[in-house]
Design a protein around this ligand. Structure first.
Ligand code: FE2
Ligand code: FE2
Length: 271
């Protein structure tokens, strides 16, 4: 199997960078797109990398934020892939800072496209679900109280109802060298995500974890907790992308020497 980053905050000039994340997972039988970026970068980067829409049979959405779902409009008017998502991914949500609300849910055009799909093209992920042999989506992830996964996220524009982003989910692929875990923003917490995957998959070895770890505003205590637990879990390779945050990447690189490789558009992992 091969993993190829199509959208990320980081990209060399021949690609388009944006605040978003999307990764192509090429399995033996088919290709799965995990998240779609915010919209503008996906089709451009895919064409530079020689990835066509017709190659992708399955799209998994980690959660409903615009920077993971906006690229769904790539399929407008085309034969649609099968979409794996939580019903909560469709809800309206906002970032509220200093009384200013900004919508950060799935863009209206993407939501309309999802709503137009025939029922047999949608799989609602309310629990762990096998996409194909050795390739799973987690469904909602059990969380540990030790990871502060809060933020300025609300279900209303007034900022009264915190958005727990309960739908946040990851994917895992079984390889001979251990599990490869892919996270979107890891709103459930990256340690909780890995612990959940290990428990549900009944595995002990994590070969690699790739994706957004959502540590940009994390305290030193949380970074320390994260590094200690990634070491305890024996994660062989970490590929922090998207919303991990530069300071967090430096911290993890120092704490987990030799195990951190920074991701960007065009980055590949093969097993
Ligand atoms: Fe994100
Ligand atoms: Fe997010």
């Amino acid at each position: 199997m091969e993993i190829l980053i199509l959208v990320d905050n980081k990209a060399s000039p021949r690609f388009r960078a944006e605040h978003g994340f999307s990764v192509l997972v090429r399995m033996r039988q088919r290709s799965i797109l995990f998240d779609t970026g915010a919209g503008a970068a996906l089709s451009h980067n895919a064409s530079v990398l020689g990835v066509g829409r017709d190659e992708i049979q399955v799209v998994v959405l980690s959660h409903g934020h615009y920077d993971h779902t906006g690229g769904l409009t790539w399929w407008e008017g085309e034969v649609s892939p099968t979409l794996y998502l939580s019903p909560y991914a469709l809800q309206s949500r906002y970032s509220v800072r200093a009384g200013q609300a900004r919508p950060i849910g799935m863009p209206a055009e993407a939501r309309a496209w999802v709503n137009s799909l025939p029922p047999d093209r949608v799989v609602w992920t309310t629990e762990p679900h096998m996409i194909e042999e050795g390739c799973w989506v987690t469904g909602p992830i059990s969380r540990s109280p030790h990871e502060d996964t809060g933020g300025p996220y609300f279900l209303d524009e007034e900022g009264r109802f915190p958005d727990p982003m309960l739908e946040d989910q990851a994917m895992w692929v079984e390889t001979e060298e251990g599990l490869v875990v892919i996270s979107g923003c890891a709103h459930a917490g990256i340690v909780s995500t890995l612990e959940y995957v290990i428990r549900v998959a009944g595995a002990s070895k994590i070969r690699a974890v790739i994706g957004g770890f959502h540590l940009a505003h994390a305290s030193v205590a949380r970074l320390t907790y994260t590094a200690e637990h990634l070491a305890r879990l024996g994660v062989h390779t970490l590929v922090p992308c998207h919303c991990t945050g530069e300071d967090a990447v430096s911290f993890l690189s120092r704490s987990l020497e030799g195990r951190v490789v920074t991701g960007e558009v065009g980055f590949r992992l093969s097993f």
